[in-house]
Design a protein around this ligand. Structure first.
Ligand SMILES: [Zn+2]
Length: 85
């Protein structure tokens, strides 16, 4: 995952989203944006669209777990159950 736009530590644009299209809403992107590079290429998001997609992905995972009566990932250990060294 990369954020696009100016690098605040150097003031230069490292990666730009200009000329790209949002994977979620299919509208042109501008900086700042979010880009992910996967096995088949890169996808681009408006920041708000990345949030909307994450919400829906998490909902789909929960629905799958409920229907399968199984967990896709191990249940995390609650903080108050951790052992202290
Ligand atoms: Zn979008």
């Amino acid at each position: 995952m990369s954020l696009t736009g100016s690098d605040p530590t150097h003031g230069e644009v490292v990666v730009t989203a200009l000329g790209e299209t949002c994977f979620y809403c299919d509208q042109p992107t501008s900086d700042p944006a979010i880009t992910w590079h996967g096995a088949t290429g890169a996808i681009w998001f408006h920041p708000a669209c990345a949030v909307e997609l994450c919400i829906r992905l998490n909902r789909d995972v929960l629905e799958w777990e409920c229907r399968a009566n199984a967990r896709l990932v191990p249940k995390p250990t609650p903080i108050n159950n951790r052992r202290t060294p």
